[in-house]
Design a binder for this molecule. Structure first.
Ligand code: T46
Length: 136
């Protein structure tokens, strides 16, 4: 497992149903600057395929399921996300690919950064160079 990435969230609720609170710095391990979710991903489509220079993120399949492959430049690990109370932490400088989406998958993502295209490393060879030798 890459850096012990899975986080189990406490499910609150009662006879009416369930509720999961997310609080920055408490059960979310960073300050939350941005939340987005992706849904309606077509069959056989792979998303992500990039790393971030600085951003950290937490991914939760709040509905349906998908797989996420994380890669630190030395090893890869694939996780199945299929529970709304389990999140996958993706640190900066970790390559991520999201794939095998169920039709009903809603993948919610918390990020510690505002969206900036310049934070993305989209070329895998550049990523390997940066994690292994630094940003020369
Ligand atoms: C990740 C996976 C799960 C914005 O304008 N603001 C945003 O916050 C984001 C994330 C994207 N965009 C725009 C940029 C593109 O024009 O939305 C379009 C699709 O974004 P992207 O190609 O980055 O989508 P994915 O699904 O490949 O990746 C995104 C996140 O970028 C990524 O960090 O983990 O969702």
């Amino acid at each position: 497992m890459i850096d012990n990435n899975l986080i189990n969230f406490k499910v609150m609720g009662d006879e009416r149903g369930s509720l999961i609170p997310f609080e920055e710095g408490k059960n979310v391990p960073f300050d939350i600057k941005r939340v987005f979710y992706i849904y309606g991903t077509q069959k056989d489509i792979s998303r992500g395929q990039h790393s971030h220079y600085r951003s950290k993120q937490l991914l939760i399949a709040i509905n349906g399921s998908c797989k996420v492959t994380l890669d630190n430049g030395k090893k890869r690990e694939t996780y199945t996300l299929n529970k709304p109370n389990v999140g996958l932490f993706q640190n900066a400088l970790i390559w991520g690919e999201m794939h095998d989406f169920s039709q009903d998958c809603i993948l919610m993502v918390f990020s510690d950064s505002y969206y900036r295209d310049s934070d993305y490393i989209r070329d895998y060879d550049d990523f390997l160079e940066i994690v292994n030798y630094g940003d020369r």
